[in-house]
Ligand binder design. Structure first.
Ligand SMILES: CSC[C@@H](O)[C@@H](O)C(=O)COP(=O)(O)O
Ligand SMILES: [Zn+2]
Length: 211
């Protein structure tokens, strides 16, 4: 099996799992997986498609600049530039972007702080952090409609092989060394967002919480 087919299948599997979670509302979301390092190529979702559906045109191969690396009539994701920043600046192998109600609420509630901070949660260990009372932070950036401007701001927060950024009232972009890690981190972030949204609602309802 060629490396492209192998990576295609891997990304298709992640896509199906995220679809099963109903994380692709209204054609939102984009995913990619690195195929080769030198030259850099990666498979990225085709733009504007319903990512819950599985078709032979779900992904296309693009180069380091996000341009199609082979003849195709489908267009790369409108947000491919964000993926190129990650592959260009790190050794990440997979990038996942989803819009969920919870990630949008958290991005809005903490927008003024420029980040959301979480602690006191067992699931933080999914990020490979094992200390007691560990804290995790996710930056929140403005949702600039101009993709090069958005990508430039986004790139300032891309400094490791794993990471995540919230885009205000838009969604989350998570990356990891491989698809397994990217998905694990995405699920852990979404768990934290959902947990925090529910805590905020309970606090509002004056239900006593541990802290
Ligand atoms: C309808 S979602 C809005 C899109 O602009 C975008 O944010 C998105 O996530 C999907 O865009 P796509 O070009 O299909 O990758
Ligand atoms: Zn998006």
């Amino acid at each position: 099996m060629s490396i492209v087919v192998q990576k295609w299948n891997e990304l298709a599997e992640v896509k199906a799992e995220l679809a099963a979670r109903d994380w692709f509302f209204a054609t939102s979301g984009n995913l990619s997986i690195k195929v080769t390092n030198d030259p850099l190529t990666f498979l990225v979702t085709a733009s504007g498609k319903d990512k819950r559906k599985q078709t032979d045109e779900d992904f296309l191969l693009v180069d380091a600049a996000g341009r199609p690396a082979e003849q195709t009539h489908v267009k790369p994701s409108a947000e491919t530039l964000l993926h190129t920043k990650i592959y260009g600046q790190t050794n990440a192998g997979c990038v996942l972007h989803v819009h969920t109600v919870d990630n949008n609420i958290i991005s809005d509630v903490y927008a003024q702080n420029g980040e959301a901070v979480f602690s006191g949660q067992e699931i933080i260990k999914a990020f490979g952090i094992w200390e007691e009372n560990a804290e995790v932070r996710i930056p929140i950036i403005d949702n600039d409609a101009d993709i090069p401007t958005l990508a430039a701001e986004f790139a300032k927060h891309v400094d490791g092989d794993t990471g995540a950024v919230l885009i205000h009232n838009h969604g989350i972009t998570v990356w990891g060394r491989d698809a397994f890690e990217a998905k694990k981190h995405l699920e852990a972030w979404e768990f934290l967002f959902s947990w925090q949204v529910k805590r905020l609602l309970l606090q509002r309802a004056a239900v006593p919480l541990a802290d």
